[in-house]
Ligand binder design. Structure first.
Ligand code: AKG
Length: 323
């Protein structure tokens, strides 16, 4: 007989009864951690929707292996490990978004000539395994960034399509006070987003450790835009020159249309609002190309392609624009 044993480690992000439901009926205080183990004959599909949670599951034969799996699982899923201290709170159970159908090709170990032939001027692609940015990633942990750049003033932009308003404030203040999940009811022009407008002198000690995708287009010069943003935030549809976008921590969902297909969107509404209000009514032929990129993956978008982004978690990311 097979028995499924699972371990969930979760932390309450909001004070409410049943914080870690549906696996535990704990009444959680904010910041409280729970470790829940259960043995069941059903595979646990229950963990994902909870506010923040790491889950591991094992389907094993009853016996001494059970204890071993429990021990190793708890060790591997230690709270926050591997995420650089950034809260991967997800969009939360209260925010319902239509499911993704990934329609952007993923390519591992693409050669430059394949890139030029099939994608550079043709369509977006997700690149895997091109560079190793593990050192850069380590430097981008919450603790390291706050220690090195906490006092630096960063320039934030509103997350709308045109007429960006700019606000300057210390990086530490941004991280500690503004980096929360997006309120689904607020407008893009009221949402402050840290992306671009980077002071390259001040941030040089960090950027010198970033290895950009090695592909170049003739006549263009690469320029970095570094950002950190909360779950549910993003930039609504806009277009510009070609570029790459790499996720360092978190997950980022992309929506893309070719230059000749102007999307239906409101320039002052967030991508989250677009996804909830407009996306569900699109006919299959009117849907964008879309995909969620994970940490370590790089999305390439060609010149003048419309694109919009949605951070599914608190995300750290860097774009290399080919201007
Ligand atoms: O990463 C983001 O959220 C915004 C990216 C973007 O819009 C861009 O690279 O132009």
């Amino acid at each position: 007989m097979y028995v499924c044993m699972y371990v969930c480690v979760c932390v309450c992000m909001k004070e409410k009864a049943g914080c870690c439901l549906p696996i535990a009926t704990a009444v959680g205080a904010v910041g409280q951690w729970f470790v829940v183990t259960q043995v069941s004959t059903e595979f646990p599909v229950c963990c994902a929707p909870a506010p923040r949670m790491f889950m591991a599951a094992a389907t094993i034969r009853l016996g001494p292996l059970l204890l071993f799996v429990l021990w190793t699982t708890v060790t591997v899923v230690l709270p926050g490990s591997g995420e650089g201290g950034w809260q991967l709170s997800g969009l939360g159970t209260a925010v319902a978004v239509p499911e993704e159908r990934c329609t952007v090709e993923r390519q591992a170990h693409l050669t430059y000539s394949e890139f030029m032939q099939h994608y550079a001027f043709v369509k977006p692609v997700i690149l895997q395994g091109l560079t190793d940015n593990s050192r850069f990633r380590a430097l981008c942990s919450r603790e390291n960034l706050l220690a090195s750049f906490g006092d630096n003033v960063v320039r934030l932009s509103t997350a709308n399509t045109y007429s960006y308003r700019k606000v300057d404030l210390p990086f530490q203040e941004y991280v500690e006070q503004l980096l929360h999940p997006q309120d689904p009811t607020s407008l893009g022009n009221d949402t402050l987003y840290f992306f671009g407008d980077n002071n390259f002198t001040e941030w040089a000690p960090l950027f010198q450790h970033y290895s950009p995708p090695p592909f170049r287009l003739l006549g263009t010069t690469p320029a970095y835009s570094f950002g950190i943003a909360g779950a549910g935030s993003g930039v609504p549809f806009h277009w510009h020159g070609p570029g790459f976008s790499e996720v360092i921590y978190g997950r980022k969902r992309w929506f893309l249309y070719p230059p000749e297909k102007t999307p239906e969107f409101h320039p002052n509404k967030t991508t989250l609002a677009w996804l909830q209000e407009i996306y569900p009514s699109l006919a299959p032929s009117a849907r964008p190309l879309e995909c969620t990129i994970q940490a370590g993956e790089v999305l390439y978008f060609p010149d003048r392609w419309w694109h919009a982004t949605l951070n599914l978690d608190t995300s750290v990311f860097i774009s290399t624009f080919l201007g």
